[in-house]
Design a protein around this ligand. Sequence first.
Ligand code: AMP
Length: 195
Amino acid sequence: MSFQQFSLHPHVLAGIKSVGYTQPTPIQQQAIPVVMEGRDGLGLAQTGTGKTAAFALPILHRLSSGPSKRGVRALVIAPTRELAEQIHQAFVELGKHLRIKSVAIYGGVGKGPQLAGLRRGAQVVVACPGRLLDHVDQNDFNLAGVEVLVLDEADRMCDMGFMPDIRRIIKILPSKRQTLCFAATMPEDIRRFTA
Ligand code: AMP
């Protein structure tokens, strides 16, 4: 099985080639077609399975196909800054043949560079919930154009007490959007996000 079968944008395929992936992992085989169709999805996957590319590749395809739009179009929420940075790097590497910008947003560091990234026109935001809400409260950016929401390590976010923040974030997103949820376990709270 190869990545060719997914009908990904040629520049996305070029990104896959440059990072050296030759075959999709099982989670990628299952998730990529669902995400490409624009359907909501729940992915049961541990870190190390290739789950980041399972959502990043179809998101990059979506953003590079069709009419270009400005503003934040994909929002990925992750529990820790290490994970947010890792996901952001995956978007940068897989999207290196595309004109798509990503920014990582998390606490514990200055807001300046993150804001500068947003103002340069990031279409992908990878954020931890607390700092994202700080920016929302300060009207730093607009999430009204978000088409895809990804909750990564959703079970961990649940355990870490982020659910109220996530509910607040979801309330300000357009209701017509695609929602993808990845977790190593699947508690009922999480299933409800894509129900
Ligand atoms: P993740 O589970 O997303 O954290 O990915 C774990 C590791 O697998 C990362 O280093 C990825 O770069 C790598 N990876 C993801 N997809 C593939 C693939 N199809 N082939 C080889 N390595 C991959």
